[in-house]
Design a protein around this ligand. Sequence first.
Ligand code: NAD
Ligand code: G6P
Ligand code: MN
Length: 444
Amino acid sequence: MKSNKKFSVVIAGGGSTFTPGIVMMLLDNIDRFPLRKLKLYDNDKQRQDVIGEALHILLKENAPEIEFTYTTDPEEAFTDVDFCMAHIRVGKYEMREKDEKIPLKHGVVGQETCGPGGIAYGMRSIGPMIELIDIMENYSPDCWMLNYSNPAAIVAEACRILRPNSKVLNICDMPVGTLRRMSQIVGLTPKDLEVNYFGLNHFGWWTSVKDKEGNDLMPMLREYISENGYLNQIEVDTQHTDPSWQDTHRKAKDLIALDPNFLPNTYLKYYLYPDYVVEHSNKEYTRANEVMDGREKTVFDAARAIIKSGTSKGSEFHIDSHASFIVDLARAIAYNTNERMLCIVENKGAIENFDPTAMVEVPCLVGSNGAQALVQGSIPQFEKGLMEQQVSVEKLVVQAWIEGSYQKLWQALTLSKTIPSAKVAKEVLDDLIEANKSYWPELV
Ligand code: NAD
Ligand code: G6P
Ligand code: MN
């Protein structure tokens, strides 16, 4: 791609709560990443029409030179595009609520991407994600998909097996968000920090954090996190700010206690303190309810207000600057910048003493050929043991989906560190099957 090129982008999941913030972020970064076309694509016309029409008004007022459309037609959406930014939620909030509440009913962790909830969401997402890749390749064979649809670990493993040659890069914003917190703790900006990290998606550790001069910032961070977790004195993020997230940031102090050599990803709390998580969950009102009553309501109300008034002036849409890593990623591919970023890629020796076929999250150099993993060396027994168990869960889910195997999915649930026994695994599974009838393949 030439450096004077302007890009055509489609956002899949165009009716998402994150779409307005991401579009505003793209406009804010237009000098770094120029756009000629922007399209929104969703398979839910009602959601797409509201978000699409509001953004149509906003773009007309702020960037009329960008050709903007929104559609539920795959051909229109994916013809002539250079990048697909994908954030679909298969089953929407209605199913996220079930993913969280069904396990809790059985006394186990109910979470969007971890444990049985994440497994259920994975079983729903594999088919539509593969379909989306096929649509993209059919209409725009050179297009790159930057995917952050969850559950990213399972989606990434499914891509590795089912579409090994496709141009799909899977990425997560949690390390980005936590790095911003770390940078505030040490009084620098995220771009001042260089890290090493290893793990699976939503399951990893920072092994070093240095400034550009090579000064080791781990001692300062370790001391702070052991006391406060990742809770900052001043809020630095635009996301991850609700009280339940604050609790998650704080809990990192109990995660670091297990291995003070490394700095933990906040998601480890679901695996290392599942009893705490269950005790502190409200079975009747989970994170899905918080988001439906919070972010979803705010974003859709703001969109309707724009449509009603016919102008985006004074609107409640906010720039999601937290998502600018997506532009960094697109730029890295478009301009071959070789920027160092954490991506979810096939291990192939990056973690020396770990399954080479595992989809791991490690620092990569990203350029026009995609992400090249940087070698992280060998990892200790404790983290390796945890990761081997978890990666087996993820692999078994994908195998269960491909083979339509009840047995393998039961094994996956049984192996999850969030579930105490095969008996409980079976009870949860049978309820999840019932709830996901119209989404999962039939299991025999
Ligand atoms: P949302 O429900 O508001 O939006 C998702 C949209 O996807 C909905 O409008 C839905 O209709 C649409 N959709 C579902 N299936 C589709 C399909 N097959 N084709 C086209 N569109 C489809 O959800 P949200 O809270 O805004 O989150 C969106 C996604 O982004 C979720 O998967 C979420 O987990 C993910 N996410 C990931 C990260 C990360 O770190 N990787 C960060 C934030 C959000
Ligand atoms: C983090 C994770 C995402 C996840 C999101 C959920 O950003 O990295 O993978 O989707 O949190 O946030 P929510 O506000 O929807 O609970
Ligand atoms: Mn994530």
